[in-house]
Design a protein around this ligand. Structure first.
Ligand SMILES: Cc1cc2nc3c(=O)[nH]c(=O)nc-3n(C[C@H](O)[C@H](O)[C@H](O)COP(=O)(O)O)c2cc1C
Length: 192
């Protein structure tokens, strides 16, 4: 019998309307095997993390609650990020911070994670990618190590609906998402 589909929360580190990372998420959705169901999680409307809001549950914003519940029920998390000033954009860091609290109740611990970075430049977001891996490791996530994905000149890769013209890039991203599906099967998310 086939295993049930794994629910993958997709977090995108760009709020830009024409974001390459958003197009890449569409492309991965097309390429993903049937064993994965990718769904984007909105982090644009997540309130900034403020510890005061967790001191009294009555003050905890609805956006924190909804985000934490969404991540808690995911079987894995896929991060797509640009690089901002040689590291991750603030929206990703904020999302990680919100999910990491209240203390002792992090929704990240034990979940499998995948990381993809891309920029219009030549380095493919190497700095952001490495910083994000370190951060997620610290969150005790099971971060897939290979294949690493740093997409340079990424604005030349994806069409409007995430169509990838270049076959070698399509094949590479397919190999990534297939490997991630296997990773998620072999590293089931631990109960929160
Ligand atoms: C505030 C800011 C800082 C940036 N810093 C870097 C950087 O350090 N390295 C880099 O390669 N690109 C940098 N860029 C370019 C973005 O990575 C690039 O525009 C990317 O395509 C944005 O992703 P998106 O298309 O998904 O919005 C920066 C862009 C912005 C807005």
């Amino acid at each position: 019998m086939a295993s049930p589909q794994k629910d993958i929360a997709v977090l995108i580190g760009s709020l830009r309307r024409d974001s390459i990372n958003k197009k890449a998420a569409l492309a991965l959705d097309h390429l993903a095997p049937d064993s994965l169901r990718l769904s984007q999680v909105d982090i644009a409307t997540l309130d900034y993390y403020n510890q005061d809001f967790d001191a009294d549950p009555a003050e905890t914003p609805i956006t924190y609650r909804a985000f934490r519940e969404r991540i808690a029920r995911a079987d894995g998390v896929l991060f797509l990020t640009p690089e901002y000033n040689r590291t991750i954009p603030a929206v990703i860091k904020n999302a990680v911070d919100v999910g990491s609290r209240p203390y002792g109740k992090s929704v990240w611990a034990g979940k499998p994670a995948g990381v993809i970075s891309m920029t219009m430049g030549v380095l493919g977001g190497f700095g952001a990618n490495q910083d994000l891996r370190r951060l997620l490791g610290n969150m005790d996530m099971r971060v897939m190590q290979q294949p690493e994905v740093y997409l340079s000149s990424a604005h030349e890769i994806f069409g409007a609906e995430g169509v990838i013209d270049k076959e070698s890039t399509r094949t590479f991203l397919k190999s990534f998402i297939d490997a991630f599906a296997t990773w998620v099967q072999h590293h089931p998310a631990l109960a929160a």
